[in-house]
Design a protein around this ligand. Structure first.
Ligand SMILES: Nc1ncnc2c1ncn2[C@@H]1O[C@H](COP(=O)(O)OP(=O)(O)OP(=O)(O)O)[C@@H](O)[C@H]1O
Ligand SMILES: Cc1cn([C@H]2C[C@H](O)[C@@H](COP(=O)(O)O)O2)c(=O)[nH]c1=O
Length: 210
């Protein structure tokens, strides 16, 4: 490991299912690599062999809501220890599809679990670690749902939730963004992929390459 390299940056993408994060993540990773930056692309739940096994359970296996919440954090513990921290410490950037904001949006906002418990889990699992930048893809749940349907892929446990659930998840994300406006940038995701990509590239350039 290069002891003198500066710590890498941690960028996360968030939003309700079908918001359009996946293709834009690829674009950001390409832009960073073109600038010569070493980037790890990852996702949650997942990102490690064990995390991916937990992901499979989380997305497909019926379970108690608190089991779901704790498995999200178990997968995250593994991810932080094995991928995120080693990469950032070695100067590599990490671009990740979802992180703890998703737990506050889905498990607290969507499922109605107690936020205080997650504050404790967060400070246990990743004390002092927050993304440097979070891009929150915001759009009406009905638009997102129609995008999910149009993929033709069998919906998972979360994608099968009803509109009310996604309204609560969206509201929780927006409330979190309003409390941390420097870190969480809201992207109007109900636009063309080209418009969204241009805005994201401008945000990244302004933050680090101006
Ligand atoms: N800006 C856009 N306008 C219209 N359709 C889009 C847009 N962005 C993505 N899509 C389409 O919507 C669908 C969902 O997109 P994508 O998989 O990128 O979303 P996501 O946020 O990663 O969803 P999930 O969190 O459920 O994995 C795909 O079929 C994709 O082609
Ligand atoms: C990290 C995290 C994720 N979720 C949910 C949100 C999504 O429905 C799925 C992951 O699927 P994606 O299509 O790859 O986005 O998991 C959650 O409920 N809580 C979390 O902390």
């Amino acid at each position: 490991m290069n002891q003198t390299s500066a710590r890498g940056r941690f960028i996360t993408f968030e939003g309700i299912d079908g918001a359009g994060k996946s293709s834009q993540i690829e674009a950001v990773v390409s832009v960073l690599r073109e600038r010569g930056i070493a980037v790890e692309q990852s996702r949650e739940p997942g990102g490690t062999p064990l995390g991916e096994r937990l992901r499979d359970l989380l997305l497909h296996e019926p379970m108690h809501l608190e089991t779901e919440a704790m498995l999200m954090f178990a997968a995250r513990r593994e991810h932080v220890a094995r991928l995120i921290e080693p990469a950032l410490s070695a100067g590599r950037w990490v671009v990740c599809d979802r992180f703890s904001d998703a737990t506050f949006a889905y498990q607290v906002g969507g499922r109605g679990l107690d936020a205080a418990k997650f504050d404790v889990l967060e400070s246990w699992v990743h004390p002092g670690l927050q993304p440097d930048l979070t891009l929150l893809f915001d759009l009406p749940p009905e638009v997102a749902a129609s995008r999910v349907r149009s993929t033709g892929v069998n919906p998972d446990r979360f994608e099968r939730e009803q509109r009310d659930f996604f309204v609560r998840v969206r509201d929780a994300y927006l409330e979190r963004a309003h409390r941390a406006p420097q870190r969480i940038r809201i992207i109007d995701a109900d636009r063309s992929p080209e418009q969204i990509r241009a805005q994201i590239e401008a945000i990244v350039a302004e933050r680090w390459f101006a």
